[in-house]
Design a binder for this molecule. Structure first.
Ligand SMILES: *[C@@H]1O[C@H](CO)[C@@H](O)[C@H](O)[C@H]1NC(C)=O
Length: 311
């Protein structure tokens, strides 16, 4: 009698644990897009299946979360300087425009130059691949931060304001964006096309090297070294425009920061750097935080119950 109820309870625990793992796997991935710029950004999304929105407005400090299914692949970018025509109501943007003439991009890609956050999501148990690409040029600082996954799961992106470092011949407007050499000149050697369509023949140019030195973790040209691609399994992702200098530090350094300047988040250790963010973070992070805590809580409860029943 006793053993029956005990095994009944523990198999119930197992079932909920298994159900939870399956549920988590089937739930796919949560992307949270955060705008830390001091100006509005109008993000665009494009993927093998459409997210809840393909284009939206994000005021300074704003954020929005999206669920994507397993095996989703696609990209996020930011549009800047968008204005609606007072008579037609058509939306046009200074950079990153997707030529839909409206807030939603409806499957249209960004008009370069645009910084791109690119993802190839796995099944939940297979690896996700992600990178920040400057192959189509640059318009905004942008980083990707995984949370709650397993594997290397490193922060990547370009936190630098490359518009200020942009060579005149690549510059768009009054430093609104910075073209890639391929965008600007179209030569096969810059575009890795024609005779240059392989990693062996397409080499870094003096232009791609400017991008690479400003943003070492980002793709600076089509066949940039594979270390610009990052992997993580079963994670959620935060995509931040204009990350703060604190994020910038944790992005570029893995050793503890010794040059404390009185900031409250100078500890740039991997775990410690995102944990306070998670606990104190803006409302923006509540969804991925909720997912994270649900995971943590369910795992903990199952673990405790299993331990209790088997001791
Ligand atoms: C995701 O891709 C893997 C490998 O191609 C496949 O086995 C799996 O069924 C896919 N999952 C979904 C939910 O489409």
């Amino acid at each position: 009698m006793d053993s029956i109820s005990s095994s009944g309870t523990s198999s119930c625990c197992y079932i909920s644990l298994i159900f939870f793992i399956i549920f988590k796997g089937a739930a796919g991935v949560t992307f949270t897009v955060i705008n830390k710029c001091d100006h509005t950004v109008w993000p665009g999304t494009l993927g093998n299946s459409q997210l809840d929105s393909t284009g939206f407005e994000l005021p300074p400090g704003g954020s929005r979360s999206f669920q994507a299914p397993p095996n989703w692949s696609g990209r996020f970018w930011g549009r800047t300087g968008c204005t609606s025509d007072p008579t037609t109501g058509q939306l046009t943007c200074l950079t990153g425009d997707c030529r839909s003439n409206q807030l939603e991009c409806n499957g249209n890609p960004a008009n370069p130059p645009t910084t791109l956050a690119e993802f190839t999501i796995g099944s939940g148990t297979t690896q996700d691949f992600y990178d920040v690409s400057l192959v189509d040029g640059y318009n905004l600082p942008m980083i990707i931060e995984p949370s709650g996954g397993s594997g290397p799961c490193l922060l990547t992106g370009c936190a630098t304001d490359l518009n200020r470092k942009c060579p005149d011949e690549l510059r768009v407007g009054s430093r609104d964006a910075c073209k890639s050499a391929c965008n600007a000149f179209g030569n096969p050697e810059y575009c890795c096309s024609g005779a240059y369509a392989s990693p062996a023949t397409c080499k870094p140019s003096r232009y791609s090297e400017i991008f690479k030195s400003a943003c070492p973790k980002s793709y600076s040209y089509a066949f940039d070294d594979p270390t610009s691609t990052f992997t993580c399994t079963g994670a959620d992702y935060m995509i931040t425009f204009c990350p703060s200098s604190t994020s910038l530090k944790s992005a570029s350094s893995t050793s503890p920061d010794t040059t404390t300047t009185g900031g409250s988040e100078t500890d740039s250790g991997g775990f410690a750097s995102w944990l306070p963010d998670f606990l104190t973070g803006e409302s923006s992070k509540t969804l991925s935080g909720c997912v994270f805590y649900t995971t943590l809580l369910t795992t903990l409860i199952s673990h405790i119950l299993l331990t209790v029943f088997y001791s």
